[in-house]
Write a new protein. Structure first.
Length: 118
């Protein structure tokens, strides 16, 4: 089993920055990829950014150039640096971890809330 705990959310003004952290514990071997998803009120959960085993990154068009995903394998941590935040970035942000290669197992954190408002 894998446990994911997010932190770093909060209230920030438009144009501001936040840095989200996800700490992974448990059976954290054979990690295929990790990522950040978000879900705004009344909307479906969507991919924000992901990073795979080879450190290749992928971003949603809406955050490209403003958000940066990174990981620290030694600390079993995943980060999301969010700059130039907009009101439409308001959502609950979830950490995601996918284990395995031929058979994939997906884990989710409980989420951390980000509110961008003046």
């Amino acid at each position: 089993q894998v446990q994911l705990v997010e932190s770093g959310g909060g209230l920030v003004q438009p144009g501001g920055s936040l840095n989200l952290t996800c700490i992974a514990t448990g059976s954290i071997s054979n990690i295929n990829r990790m990522g950040w998803y978000r879900q705004a009120p009344g909307k479906q959960r969507e991919l924000v950014a992901s990073i795979n085993h080879y450190e290749n990154t992928n971003y949603a068009d809406s955050v490209q150039g403003r958000f940066t995903i990174s990981r620290d394998n030694a600390k079993s941590s995943l980060y999301l640096q969010m700059n130039s935040l907009k009101p439409e970035d308001t959502a609950i942000y979830y950490c995601n971890l996918v284990r395995g290669w031929s058979v994939l197992t997906t884990y989710w954190g409980q989420g951390t809330e980000v509110t961008v408002s003046s």
